[in-house]
Structures are given as structure tokens and as C-alpha cells.
Design a protein around this ligand. Sequence first.
Ligand code: PGA
Length: 224
Amino acid sequence: MAGGVKWIIANWKSNKSFEDSLEWINQVGAALKDKDLSSVHVVVCPSPFVLGELSHEIEVNNYPVFLGAQNISPFGMGAYTGELSAEQLKGELELTLIGHSERRQHFGETDEMVAEKVKQARANAMKAVVCVQGVETPIPEGTDVVAYEPVSAIGSGNPDTPEHADEVAKEIKEKFSGPVLYGGSVTTENVKQLIDQPNIDGVLVGGASLDPKEFITIIEQCLI
Ligand code: PGA
């Protein structure tokens, strides 16, 4: 395994009710409490309406899980109906995903908006995890973590090969000095091979993060 702590980020997308979200955090949190997690950094990005409740559960139960948003507004607080600004979330979250391909595809998010969102995250003490679809996707200044997610691999059951993902991560590292993660059809079966690549510093997990047992197994696979 390549050196350094491995990031394991769960991206629930628009899934899970309030009750299901609570059940997940209590199941995953309890399972992780008695494990040596010194080699991993576990983050969950739920839907925004449960962020407060999950933050509370994590705090009162001392769960070794960090919290992130799936998206933030490119603006600060103000008259932006429907948007959640980093300023509102300040102090509540460790990170936010930015520029996921689903946001670019369905919500018209541009590279310029992605760059504004990174500025907002950084100005409000939140790490910016920027999703890139390939080496040609711009990485804005201030980005803390990059997640390489080839569009064809997302939700398709057709992941990139560990070797190719590693090559891309290596290329990204020629211009970016932070951690580089891989995302796209990560499962309990392929996660170990992926994180064992020298240039892959973790994984962003969508579908396979929804089932608490599956996600716990993914984490177990990443423990040294
Ligand atoms: P997937 O999604 O694991 O369901 O492919 C990953 C992502 O979109 O972040």
C-alpha cells in the first residue's frame, strides 16, 4: 500500500430518508469505534437536510467519522433561493465536494462556478474536494483534494482499471500537490486494488456507500 492516510468518502447523492440516514450513521459509527483507524480518514457526504442531525449524532457518540457537503453555493449568504452557502455551514463540516460530473451535467455547473465554490469553501474553513473528469479538467487554486472520476465509471459498474486510474492520478500530481482520490463504481471487491496503487490516496464511493455493511467492508479493506 502507498504511504499516507487513505481518504474514504461516502457520497450518498439524493438518497436516504431522515430515518435511513440516522440508521446508517449509527451503524457505521458504532462499527468503526472499536477499530484502529489510524490509516484511514472516513467522511460521509449526506443530503443537506440531515447534516445537522448527523453532526449531532457524530458528536454525542464520538463516532470517528467526518462530515462533508455534496455541493455548496458559489455565493456567500444572501438572496440566493435554494442554495446552501459555505458561510452558513462554517464550523459544521470538514469538507465539501465541488464540481461533481452530475452537477456539471444536470445543473450546468461550469469550471468558473467550480472555481468560485472553491473560494467560498476556503474562505469558510472548509476543505475543497474538487471532482475532475480527466487530466484536462482545470483544478482551481485553493483546491485541497482532487477526486478523479471518469464519467463512464460513475454508477455504471464499469470502473477504471487500477493501473489506468493510477496513471491519471500520477499525471494530476504533476500539477497538484495534495491528495488524489479515485471515484467511479468503487466496490468491496475492487477497493483494495485501487488504494494499493502508489498515486491513489483514497476513494470517493457512491452506490456502494449506501448500504452500511458494504461501506464498513470497504473501510476494512483499506485498513493496514
Ligand atoms: P458510484 O459514484 O460509486 O456510484 O459510481 C461515485 C461518485 O459519483 O462519486
